[in-house]
Design a protein around this ligand. Structure first.
Ligand code: GDD
Ligand code: MG
Length: 366
């Protein structure tokens, strides 16, 4: 059994997450969560509890039969966010055997079987996967002893002060006894409270350093990077379901309509029904199904979600355009601008590093 934590509001990916929960945002035209479920299934997981609170109906709609391939899906819906620890306890209450927990926003192919092996060999109560990052200051930092025993948990240390660059990769193997270490009725963080307290009381906490591919997709720059990594094949080929390679690094799903004067520079993924006009340039980008890019526009290092529209002569650079959103003629957006679902960037405007809210969302009210 695996608990997947998908209850966060995804604040760093707003405005996209006002309408779609982070785990259901697509990475190369496939909801991120489906990629994570495939990864779990490949290690033999056949039962997943989605631990959620924010926009829960979106998940139930995505899996109407409560199944994804071989995986049976259950839902644990919190009335109020319980924090990562509280969420684990609520979702896994009653578990009788060793189980897995993973954060719902980490794209990785790390070896779950290896993690389980170490956990068993060490007779650990919890075993945590670690990954190495350049700047550990945004993560949970986990120094370990030679034998893998966890020495400390340092949550988001100031830049330059981390004791190691190995961080909590957001995948854990837990024994049911860990659940009793999590209080009920209050919010509890597994990283800030449960793991450190387990250490203090002498619990057997182990960690495994992994050099597998690993990326937290929860901020816009990394959400963009994830698409390019997947296009480049870090998770294998094809990069998206049913995609065919129509030229080196040019992937196409279903039927697309590309004007012969358009220039496509790899890697590129075009979703079913996308329409690319004359003299358009598309480079290192993903277009969702039903996107339209009109003449002489350019899309570089960017992601257009399903049904997004790009007007003539506009330029989209290193940016994300949400579902059904429209960038009108002659507009230019860049430097990780994020346009919410259904939002409109008016003709001729220029925006850098901006966030464009979906219609009807009033940030002051949230
Ligand atoms: N059900 C539920 N309830 N899920 C939650 C809640 C909650 O109250 N709060 C957060 N989550 C989920 C989020 O949806 C996400 O999938 C996961 O828990 C982690 O939350 P983030 O908000 O993305 O945390 P983070 O990225 O800042 O830090 C975490 O991940 C890092 C690795 O990416 C920590 O686990 C760090 O220690 C770790 O290094
Ligand atoms: Mg995260």
């Amino acid at each position: 059994m695996a608990v997947v934590l998908v209850g966060g509001e995804g604040t760093r990916l707003r405005p996209l997450t006002y309408t779609t929960p982070k785990p259901l945002l697509p990475i190369c035209n496939r909801p991120f969560l489906e990629r994570q479920l495939l990864w779990l299934a490949s290690s033999g997981v056949d039962e997943v509890v989605l631990s959620m609170g924010y926009l829960p109906d979106a998940f139930k709609q995505r899996f109407p039969d409560d199944r994804f391939g071989e995986i049976q899906i259950r839902y644990a819906v919190e009335d109020e966010p319980l924090g990562t620890g509280g969420a684990i306890r609520f979702a896994a209450e009653g578990a009788t055997g060793t189980f897995l927990v993973c954060n719902g926003d980490v794209l990785t192919d790390l070896d779950i079987r290896e993690l389980l092996k170490v956990h068993e060999a060490a007779a650990a109560e919890a075993t945590i996967a670690l990954t190495q990052v350049e700047d550990p200051s945004a993560f949970g930092v986990v120094p370990t002893a030679e034998d893998g025993r966890v020495l400390a948990f340092v949550v988001k240390p100031p830049p330059g002060l981390a004791p190691t660059d190995w961080i909590n990769a957001g995948t854990y193997v837990l024994e049911p006894s860990m659940l009793e270490r999590i209080p009920t009725g209050v919010t509890a963080s597994v990283e800030r409270e449960t793991f450190p307290r387990t250490l203090e009381s002498g619990g057997a906490l182990y960690a495994v350093q992994s050099d597998a591919f690993w990326l937290d997709i929860g901020v816009p720059r990394q959400f963009l990077d994830a698409q390019e990594f997947v296009l480049d094949g870090v998770l294998g080929f094809p990069p998206a379901p049913g995609a065919r390679e129509q030229g080196e690094g040019i992937w196409v799903q279903g039927d697309v309509d590309v004007d012969p004067t358009a220039r496509l520079a790899p890697p590129v993924l075009l979703g079913d029904g996308s329409v690319i006009g004359a003299d358009v340039a598309v480079k290192r980008s993903v277009l969702g199904p039903g996107c339209r890019v009109r003449e002489a526009a350019s899309v570089v290092g960017s992601v257009l979600l399903d049904g997004a529209q790009v007007g003539a002569r506009s330029a989209i650079t290193d940016s994300i355009v949400g579902s059904g959103a429209e960038v009108q003629a002659g507009a230019s957006i860049g430097e990780v601008t994020v346009v919410g679902a259904g939002a409109v960037v008016e003709a001729g405007t220029a925006m850098l590093g901006a966030r464009v809210l979906p219609p009807g969302v009033d940030e002051a009210a949230t």
